[in-house]
Design a protein around this ligand. Structure first.
Ligand code: ADP
Ligand code: 5GP
Length: 199
């Protein structure tokens, strides 16, 4: 099984932008696609960024116990289905996940070797500006997102890596560095070494 990297960030920190670049630069990384009842933003596509479904569909999936974890965030449902997770893991590749704090905890409990990465904006002012910039795309609840961001930022101490997205290229490089260095970790490399040197 590959490594699991769970990325959490207050809304508007630049997580989606960073994940997009990381996936482009590291083609051998899978992505676990969540289900959500929120509407797609500009540039988002069904089956790539999320599975966009309605509330009835989401409720049915909850009743059928199809979710490994799910959460109600900013008035919308988000969840990781067992099917998405298994599909992503079955390739054997490393896997990126974009989850809120509770979702990250749930996946970490099930997969304790997962690496937790927290992305922060450089300041609350910068976060507000980024959220407003995105408002043009129909974003709402900016005040709520700022209040929630302050609560979430306090939880970053529970994460393995903390990345400050002041400069996008630097933040992308840091996330990539975490992924690449994990691949050289001895427990991941030992089976290859045994194979290479007939140990
Ligand atoms: P999230 O997925 O965390 O909610 P997004 O990736 O949608 O955030 O980014 C929110 C906004 O901030 C977008 O308009 C994005 O282009 C912008 N952004 C992301 N990173 C930076 C950065 N380092 N500097 C300035 N703007 C950024
Ligand atoms: P957004 O609407 O900005 O894409 O996401 C809002 C929040 O929902 C983010 O904090 C994101 O990490 C979280 N999120 C996205 N997918 C999931 C999921 O499957 N499970 C959980 N618990 N949170 C998710």
């Amino acid at each position: 099984m590959g490594n699991i990297f769970i990325i959490t960030a207050p809304s508007g920190s630049g997580k989606t932008t960073i994940i997009h670049s990381v996936k482009k630069d590291i083609s051998t990384i899978g992505y676990c696609i969540s289900h959500t009842t929120r509407k797609p933003r500009k540039g988002e596509a069904h089956g790539i960024h999320y599975y966009f479904i309605d509330e009835d569909g989401f409720q049915k999936m909850i009743e059928n116990r199809e979710f490994l974890e799910w959460a109600f965030v900013y008035g919308k449902y988000y969840g990781t289905s067992f099917e998405s997770m298994e599909k992503a893991l079955s390739s054997g590749e490393d896997l990126l996940m974009d989850l809120d704090i509770r979702g990250a905890r749930a996946v970490k409990t099930r997969y304790p070797d997962s690496s937790l990465i927290f992305i922060l904006p450089p300041s609350i002012q910068a976060l507000e500006e980024r959220l407003k910039k995105r408002t043009k795309g129909g974003e709402k609840n900016i005040e709520l997102r700022i209040t929630k961001a302050m609560e979430e930022i306090q939880q970053c101490v529970d994460y393995d890596y903390i990345i400050i997205n002041d400069n996008l290229d630097k933040a992308v490089e840091e996330v990539k560095a975490v992924i690449v260095s994990s691949r050289a970790y001895k427990t991941k490399r030992l089976s290859l070494v045994k194979q290479l040197f007939h140990l």
